[in-house]
Design a protein around this ligand. Structure first.
Ligand code: HEC
Ligand code: HEC
Ligand code: HEC
Ligand code: HEC
Ligand code: HEC
Ligand code: HEC
Ligand code: HEC
Ligand code: HEC
Ligand code: HEC
Length: 281
């Protein structure tokens, strides 16, 4: 009792980590008797840490005999197996085995801490959680044009499932385009006149996270368009690499004019005859 009182006294002092740990564990979903499948009803500590007898016999020697979730060399896999013994059946983990996180050796407790009661037991919230390992993505998201991730309107999780997906790159859709259509449904069409690279893959022209060009474009125009379109076919608009539409040297006819000034329905068009065909409104 004295011990407990002393414990509570320490615990009323903020920022004492062992107490946070204790409190967190009690509030955690896994410690709740009211939840039928919780570890509290299935063998408590040992459902995750394995049998504690050796640990106890050795007078509580750190790590002896128990699973210490990565703190002990080589036991991250054993830890994951414990989590999966209860969670494998849920739809959340259906594709865990196919995902890159598993094959790269990222374990459940890289992202989760079951001794805390925070949202979904996460170690920290998104996107910071993801940035601890994906610094390159943070750099992309800081570029001039970006999906509004730092503004909090879109999260990594809207597009990715960190637990694995059927499709590649942990993307939450069968194809990239299906993912984009979820939020940009107007780009799905159907259009009378389709622009083939759009139907094929939005990332033919856009980047997913961020770009220094406007509108998440992967290159600036007209170079973007000219990667596929030969200028010689364009009627009455000759220019060279020194005389681009936007180039430093003024071009003869099309100074400061961009392809999209005229070809404004670049994702597809229902306009009549050649105007639709050529995406000029
Ligand atoms: C649902 C699974 C689970 C249950 C149940 C569980 N633990 Fe843990 N424990 C973990 C994980 C995972 C870690 C690794 C640290 C983390 O991710 O929070 C851990 C870490 C620890 C640590 C090390 C903390 C540190 O920071 O060094 C101790 C001590 C511990 N657990 C004790 C217990 C005790 C005592 C119980 C029973 C009252 C218990 N655990 C129940 C999963 C569990
Ligand atoms: C004895 C079974 C059992 C084990 C072992 C277990 N869990 Fe759970 N877990 C549950 C139950 C039951 C729930 C609550 C119902 C649900 O969400 O499925 C839960 C919920 C969760 C949640 C959601 C929490 C929330 O707030 O919604 C996360 C995340 C989680 N577990 C992660 C883990 C991790 C990581 C491990 C391994 C360290 C683990 N679990 C081990 C049974 C278990
Ligand atoms: C790369 C980070 C990461 C890893 C690794 C990871 N998770 Fe998660 N997990 C998350 C995030 C983020 C969420 C929250 C998803 C959300 O809010 O929709 C989550 C949610 C969950 C949930 C709650 C699902 C729900 O719909 O309520 C469970 C259960 C869970 N994880 C279990 C696990 C288990 C078990 C493992 C290991 C096999 C694991 N996670 C590995 C990031 C991760
Ligand atoms: C609007 C949807 C969207 C959002 C939001 C998003 N991503 Fe992506 N991400 C994608 C797509 C699509 C790809 C696949 C690109 C490809 O196929 O090359 C991808 C690829 C990746 C890759 C693999 C990169 C590579 O070069 O192979 C990582 C890592 C990644 N995303 C992490 C993140 C993180 C972390 C966040 C949150 C900060 C995030 N993503 C937010 C759509 C998104
Ligand atoms: C503990 C480190 C770690 C954390 C945290 C983490 N990742 Fe990863 N992630 C990796 C590693 C390692 C890889 C595989 C190597 C690579 O491709 O860079 C990877 C790969 C990926 C990929 C590419 C998958 C592929 O098939 O190529 C995506 C997408 C991704 N992570 C998204 C996320 C998201 C979203 C979060 C946050 C919820 C997150 N990651 C958190 C370490 C982490
Ligand atoms: C989860 C929803 C979501 C998904 C999925 C999504 N986007 Fe977005 N996208 C947004 C939001 C929100 C904005 C910002 C709109 C605004 O600010 O008006 C945006 C903006 C954009 C912009 C304009 C950027 C700018 O600088 O104005 C482009 C281009 C774009 N998205 C392309 C894509 C592509 C390509 C994909 C598929 C890889 C995709 N989006 C998937 C939600 C999404
Ligand atoms: C052939 C190159 C190309 C492809 C492929 C492409 N886009 Fe675009 N997209 C553009 C250009 C160029 C702009 C800028 C238009 C402007 O500035 O007037 C743009 C702008 C956008 C915008 C912001 C402005 C708007 O119209 O809402 C969104 C959102 C967008 N694209 C989504 C998509 C999606 C989703 C796909 C895949 C279905 C896709 N794009 C495929 C070239 C392309
Ligand atoms: C990845 C390659 C690719 C990119 C990038 C691309 N296009 Fe296209 N574009 C095509 C293909 C393929 C066709 C179909 C040609 C055909 O049917 O003969 C086409 C058709 C067109 C047409 C109709 C031509 C016709 O003969 O009917 C116009 C106009 C056009 N694109 C303009 C643009 C503009 C402007 C951009 C830059 C924003 C652009 N394209 C970027 C591949 C591309
Ligand atoms: C000043 C307006 C204007 C600008 C700027 C412009 N175009 Fe065009 N383009 C047109 C018109 C109008 C047509 C249709 C001509 C016709 O129907 O015969 C056309 C036709 C095309 C065609 C189809 C040519 C064919 O032979 O069938 C392509 C491809 C094309 N443009 C690409 C581009 C690209 C790429 C750019 C930027 C580098 C660009 N255009 C800039 C007005 C423009």
């Amino acid at each position: 009792m004295i011990f407990l009182n002393r414990r509570l006294k320490i615990c009323s002092t903020p920022s004492v980590s062992p107490c946070d740990f204790l409190r967190g564990r009690q509030k955690s979903i896994h410690a709740k008797k009211a939840i039928p499948g919780s570890s509290a009803n299935k063998g408590g500590c040992e459902t995750c840490h394995g049998p504690g007898s050796i640990h106890v016999d050795k007078g509580g020697e750190k790590g002896a005999g128990i699973i210490a979730f990565g703190k002990k060399k080589g036991d991250a896999k054993a830890g994951d197996a414990k989590c999966l013994s209860c969670h494998e059946a849920s739809s959340t983990l259906s594709f865990w085995k196919m995902g890159k996180h598993k094959s790269a050796g990222v374990s459940c407790d890289s992202c989760h801490t079951v001794h805390q009661s925070g949202k979904k037991n996460l170690k920290m919230s998104e996107p910071d959680l993801c940035y601890t390992c994906h610094k390159d993505i943070r750099a992309q998201v800081n570029k001039r044009s970006h999906h509004p991730i730092k503004e909090g309107k879109v999260s990594c999780n809207d597009c990715h499932d960190p637990h694995g997906t059927f499709g590649k790159k942990l993307v939450k859709a069968d194809t990239t385009n299906e993912l984009c259509y979820k939020c940009h449904s107007e780009k799905r069409g159907p259009y009378m006149f389709e622009h083939p690279p759009v139907e094929e893959n939005c990332l033919n022209c856009h980047t997913a996270h961020g770009s220094n060009q406007a509108k998440l474009l992967s290159r600036k125009t007209p170079q973007l368009c000219q990667a596929c379109h030969d200028w010689t076919r364009h009627p009455g608009a000759p220019y060279t690499s020194f005389e681009t539409f936007r180039g430093a040297t003024p071009s003869k006819q099309l100074t400061a004019r961009d392809c999209m000034n005229c070809h404004s329905t670049i994702h597809g068009s229902n306009g009549p005859s050649t105007r639709g065909l050529r995406f000029v409104r």
